[in-house]
Design a protein around this ligand. Structure first.
Ligand SMILES: *Cc1c(COP(=O)(O)O)cnc(C)c1O
Length: 416
């Protein structure tokens, strides 16, 4: 789908829009104006692509997963390796695009929300490179649980601010970032981390992430001369999936599958499934209209996933729309299948996928054996799994990991 900024409405069916405090409307209009200008400027894209090439390491490879394909005995499996991008995931593509836009607007201070810390790291990294001040808002509980990520953000020179309101997690960090922003827009740009939030963010984030799908299409066509049959991506807010899918939206023979966090069970609070089964309900929360897991007062409900990047109660408006019109099929993967997918990929391909990406891989592993030989599936490996060692090692070999942590602390104390 070729993006035409002049036709951008900020709506996808009934979803999207701009549901924010009056005080932010004119700033969002200003961002939209700059974005539309930038889209038409070769100089802007030249700088963007130059950073993607020399700083991020793009294009990321498209790998034929030969061993996986043999082991599963059905469809061919290809992997788009976003895990090899600088900072280990796709999030940096968007962070660079928006940071360049902010600079163009003359902003000197970037703020961002983060849950587990992946978007915080990508944003802090890009701010270090581009010489921008950076403040990351993070729920207090998350700052405690995700110490390694806070450490790296601080190494990049960012100030990490623990948010102590509400449940002290991602939802509250988003609210706080909006609140802080509304008090100071003159020099400050809010760099949102997924394909959601008020217009123009969902369109901007998709355009900056669409490099994933464009590269994939070119790489696959060069090798195979035909389009793939199925694309699979995990869906949190929706940035890696919409970036992967967007260049294929008009190719109606290409099936698109989004995989949500099935968590521990289908019970309340145990998952982050917004698009199937009991589903989310329509609401206008945190700046945009979409499907949300919410209570009757429009308060976001708690969620669970083994992967911190997929446990948000809302979904990007364009994905919600594409799900409603059946252009994207949604499914989910449970925590246990996700851990098994990490093990499978490590053993068969020498690749350690992020727990988020492993949702998409779990679906590929389930689906491939049921399909005819010669069917081509591409999975977006949105990030690498080194960051998950505290979760993965505990889930796979608890006793050894416990012992390591205990001994490490003993050694640490003995040294002091
Ligand atoms: C944050 C994250 C996700 C989920 O976010 P989307 O916006 O849905 O892409 C998926 N994979 C990785 C590796 C992440 O860090």
């Amino acid at each position: 789908m070729k993006f035409n900024p002049d036709e951008m409405s900020g709506f996808f069916g009934e979803f999207g829009g701009r549901y924010v405090d009056e005080s932010l409307i004119s700033e969002l209009e200003k961002i939209e104006g700059f974005f539309k200008e930038c889209v038409k400027e070769d100089a802007f894209w030249d700088e963007f692509y130059d950073l993607l090439k020399n700083f991020v390491g793009r294009p990321t490879p498209l790998l034929f997963a030969e061993n996986t394909t043999k082991a599963l005995g059905g469809a061919n499996i290809y992997l788009k390796l976003e895990c090899l991008a600088n900072t280990g995931a796709h999030k940096i593509n968007n962070a660079i695009g928006q940071a360049l836009l902010a600079k163009k607007m003359g902003k000197t201070r970037i703020i961002a929300e983060t849950g587990a810390g992946q978007h915080g790291i990508a944003t802090a990294c890009v701010c270090a490179r581009l010489g921008l001040d950076c403040e990351i808002y993070m729920g207090e509980i998350d700052t405690e649980r995700q110490r390694p990520n806070v450490f790296w953000m601080e190494m990049f020179g960012a100030k990490v601010i623990p948010v102590t309101s509400g449940t002290r997690t991602l939802t509250d960090a988003v609210d706080e970032a909006f609140r802080v922003w509304s008090t100071r827009t003159e020099d400050t740009y809010y760099l949102i981390g997924s394909a959601l939030g008020p217009c123009p963010y969902p369109d901007m984030v998709r355009e900056f992430q669409s490099i994933i799908g464009r590269e994939t299409k070119k790489q696959f066509l060069e090798k195979n001369k035909v389009l793939p049959d199925i694309l699979i991506a995990c869906v949190g807010g929706g940035s890696n999936s919409i970036g992967f899918f967007s260049d294929f939206l008009d190719d109606m023979d290409v099936k698109l599958i989004g995989v949500e966090a099935g968590g521990r069970s289908n019970s309340y609070g145990d998952h982050a499934i917004r698009m199937t089964g009991t589903k989310g309900t329509v609401g206008a929360i945190q700046g945009y209209k979409s499907l949300f897991l919410q209570d009757s007062d429009g308060k976001l409900l708690p969620t669970h996933s083994i992967s911190a990047g997929l446990d948000y109660a809302g979904i990007g408006p364009q994905l919600a729309y594409l799900g409603e019109i059946d252009r994207i099929q949604f499914t989910s993967a449970k925590d246990e299948a996700v851990i098994n997918a990490v093990k499978f990929l490590a053993k068969h391909e020498g690749i350690i996928p992020a727990l988020e990406s492993s949702h998409a891989l779990a679906e590929a592993i389930r689906l491939a054996p049921t399909l005819e030989k010669g069917t081509n599936i591409i999975v977006n490996v949105s990030g690498r799994g080194d960051k998950d060692i505290f979760i993965t090692a505990k889930a796979i070999d608890e006793a050894k990991w416990f012992n390591f942590l205990e001994e490490e602390l003993k050694r640490f104390k003995a040294e002091k």
